[in-house]
Design a protein around this ligand. Structure first.
Ligand code: NAD
Length: 334
């Protein structure tokens, strides 16, 4: 079976391509390397069932032969990019997704879209189930992404009803793991980068905003199960273990210090909260458990351990065996 993965040179794309190749699929990747990495592509380039097409999904798509499934992941996901390239992100979410749906219709392929917990905005209810309609600001710094993903879901609905396209919609909650870009602006790699460089970890807000972080392998397993299920309305894919972001920063500081054999952790600095940054984020994953038989398996401590090992190896820094780190973590407020 041939499967197309858009955004396959990115963080989640890498883990998904690996899963698909491991189960014997032929995999084609469309990616313009905007936020992904050539290294992620090189990792697979000798695999006989892997093909990479460098292209921007907003433009005319390359020809592909028969494909049965499309995982549509191509879109920047870091808040830093929302500030830099809001128009390009909106184009990717609308025109890019439309191009992919047209391809799905032409080839009779099922399309899964990587939607997001950001469709719930700054939620007024917790945990967030798929029935929750969200609290999204359509005129703000995150709206290119939040509304972009909402329009992608609307397009999925429209293509399903107008063209009979088979669609699957994954509302992904924060994921982390190896193959993220160290400086791509998302919380976990940001924290790891600061700790590795001996800098204070910056947390926006007072540290009490909550997030639920899922490890990459759990996330792509959820996407894979959803694609191969009969469920054609949105499904939350995320961890439901909710933690204050300040505590996650402390955990990262400690893991990095232990692995680098440092006596003390870097401290955590709090800056004003960023506009429209959600204060609480926790998925209700009852539906994923029921219809996909899926729940995340990797606990945060273990996932951070593996992720820090990977970043240290990437930087050519050996990871020492973990030992207790002295010194209290002292949050600094500016
Ligand atoms: N990682 C998360 O926590 C998370 C959470 C919710 C939703 N998602 C969604 O999952 C998908 C993958 O996220 P990720 O974390 O791997 O991000 P990523 O930035 O690592 O990967 C995105 C990939 O898409 C490519 N891309 C972007 N725009 C493109 C375009 N116009 N044409 C061709 N390629 C393009 C990038 O070059 C990159 O390789 C995204 O759609 C994102 O919105 C991710």
């Amino acid at each position: 079976m041939a499967v197309l993965v858009t955004g396959g040179a990115g963080f989640l794309g890498h883990h998904l391509v690996k899963l698909l190749l491991d189960e014997g699929k032929e995999v084609i990747v469309f990616d313009n390397l905007w936020t992904g990495s050539a290294k992620n592509v090189r990792y697979f380039e000798k695999h006989p069932s892997f093909t990479f097409k460098h292209c921007d999904i907003r433009e005319r798509l390359p020809d592909v032969g028969h494909i049965e499934q499309i995982y549509h992941l191509a879109c920047p996901a870091s808040p830093d990019r929302f500030e830099e390239s809001p128009v390009e992100i909106l184009e990717t979410c609308f025109q890019g997704t439309k191009n992919i749906f047209d391809l799905g219709v032409k080839r009779g392929a099922r399309v899964l879209i990587a939607s997001t917990s950001e469709t719930y905005g700054d939620p007024l209810t917790s945990p967030q189930s798929e029935q929750y309609r969200g609290n999204v600001n359509c005129f703000g710094p995150r709206s290119c992404y939040d509304e972009g993903k909402r329009i992608a879901e609307s397009l999925a609905y429209a293509y399903h009803h107008k063209h009979g396209l088979q669609v699957r919609i994954a509302r992904i909650f924060n994921a982390y793991g190896p193959q993220m870009q160290l400086h791509d602006g998302r919380a976990v790699p940001n924290f790891i980068a600061s700790a590795m460089e001996g800098q204070s970890i910056v947390v926006y807000g007072d540290g009490n905003a909550t997030r639920c972080f899922q490890y990459a392998s759990d996330c792509v397993e959820g996407l894979h199960r959803l694609m191969n299920s009969d469920h054609d309305s949105p499904v939350n894919i995320g961890s439901d273990v909710e933690m204050p972001i300040g505590l996650i920063a402390d955990m990262v500081a400690r893991v990095v210090a232990e692995k680098m054999g440092q006596a003390n952790c870097v401290d955590v600095t709090f800056l004003p909260q960023r506009e429209d940054d959600p204060t609480q984020r926790q998925p209700d994953i009852g539906l994923a458990k029921r219809v996909l038989g899926w729940a995340p398996k990797v606990e945060l401590e273990e996932g951070l351990d593996r992720t820090v090992d990977w970043f240290l190896a990437e930087k050519g820094m050996a990871s020492g065996s973990r030992r207790a780190v002295g010194g209290a973590i002292t949050p600094v407020r500016l």
